[in-house]
Design a binder for this molecule. Structure first.
Ligand code: ATP
Ligand code: MG
Length: 372
């Protein structure tokens, strides 16, 4: 693909053989910007977010694609497709192409990425962009390649990969460039990543494939086992967000909600009232896995950096950080102050965006780059 080049001495922009003169005072940068839309992408298990250079976060959609299996084409992508999860007729499937933070269904992931990138381009033909993508730190080389390939197939010129904890920390406003230890815990849909960062790099990190999805799944199992009520993934997530909590509180017995599902014994739909306390207990196991990951990382942290973390506290990011009482639970278990990022769901994409806007100074943060 051609790249526009500016000659500021002659006030000209070259685009292949084509050259365009611009008036003195007009910023060639603004002109170039019309051709190129560099992007930061958080390709998450649950949500995909896109940041466009010079604009900010322009897209935030669930990572779901609905496909018509007869015509073999996508029917809906994002929010619209998520509404179809578990509600599709025989010939339509609503898929989540990512599982555990990595691409599980390559073709569908590519369809989704292409769709989002096209939507961000607003139908204009543009120079293929540079794309910075956040990926979990624990993924294999093959999984990295799959993410890069999908982005290139979707039209990226060069793909840069950034470890999600690094991006999340930058997005949460932590001073990652300083020689100070910072701990970030990103609890997404598929993975929980715990990392200690200093000087723009990862000192140590741990990634467990237990996060928000697993919490919802525990609610599904609990409802089935204890109440004989079968509920879907969406309902379980709604319960988690509405009344889920990680730490006991005084009003535990007062908070609850009606849940609709299919009663196993009668085979009929039924509404049942559940309380926040039982929902918390149902999530105890995955919550313990998350807490253990934080503790293990703390135990391995070199003393100077551990001292910094005690001073500065632990930063929570990712949608899971919004679970009521999770900060209290982690703080209680580790004895360290826990903060929640201002916008936990956007940390990774905001971090990728910051890097994009400061390419020169922050180039060191990338963990991989495609040729191009
Ligand atoms: N208010 C809330 N309370 C509890 N959980 C929430 C809340 N809001 C969102 N979540 C959960 O956060 C998760 C999604 O978070 P996020 O968008 O950070 O994940 P992701 O980046 O797509 O996943 P990953 O990083 O694992 O690939 C989902 O499991 C969702 O149920
Ligand atoms: Mg994430």
């Amino acid at each position: 693909m051609l790249q526009p080049k500016a000659d500021t001495k002659r006030n000209k922009i070259y685009y292949g053989h084509l050259s365009i003169f611009y008036e003195r005072g007009d910023l060639p940068v603004a002109f170039l910007d019309r051709f190129s839309r560099d992007m930061g992408i958080d390709l998450g298990t649950a949500n995909t977010l896109v940041y466009v250079s010079g604009k900010g976060v322009v897209l935030q959609e669930p990572s779901v694609v609905a496909i018509d299996q007869v015509q073999r084409k996508p029917l809906a992508v994002g929010e619209e497709a998520k509404r179809m999860l578990g509600r599709t007729p025989g010939n339509v499937v609503a898929l989540r192409p990512l599982r555990d933070g990595v691409i599980a269904d390559f073709d569908t992931a590519e369809v989704m990425l292409k769709h989002f990138i096209r939507r961000v381009h607003e139908g204009r033909t543009l120079v293929s962009p540079r794309i910075v993508i956040g990926i979990p730190s624990g993924v294999t080389g093959v999984e990295r390649r799959a993410v890069m390939d999908a982005a290139q197939q979707a039209g990226a010129r060069t793909v840069y990969l950034i470890d999600e904890p690094v991006a999340a920390a930058i997005g949460a406003g932590l001073p990652v460039a300083e020689p100070t230890g910072n701990m970030i815990v990103d609890i997404g849909g598929g993975t929980t990543e715990v990392a200690v960062l200093s000087l723009q790099g990862t000192v140590l990190s741990e990634s467990v494939r237990v996060a928000g999805d697993e919490l919802s799944e525990s609610i599904i199992s609990y409802m089935k086992k204890v109440h004989n009520l079968v509920i879907g993934e969406r309902t379980a997530e709604e319960i988690k967000i509405a009344i889920g909590s990680a730490y006991p509180s005084l009003d535990d017995n007062e908070i609850g909600m009606d849940v609709r599902g299919l009663h196993l014994l009668s085979g009929l739909p039924r509404t049942l009232y559940v309380k926040t306390g039982e929902i918390r207990e149902s999530m105890a196991e995955p919550l313990a896995v998350i807490v253990e990951a934080v503790k293990r990382t703390l135990e391995k942290t070199p003393p100077e950096l551990a001292a910094d973390i005690i001073d500065r506290g632990i930063m929570l990011a990712g949608g899971g950080a919004l679970l009521r009482g999770l900060d209290t639970l982690i703080s209680h278990e580790t004895g360290i102050v826990v903060h929640i990022a201002a916008d936990p769901l956007s940390c990774v994409v905001l971090g990728a965006g910051r890097v994009l806007e400061n390419f020169g100074q922050m180039g060191r943060v990338f963990s991989a780059q495609s040729s191009g």
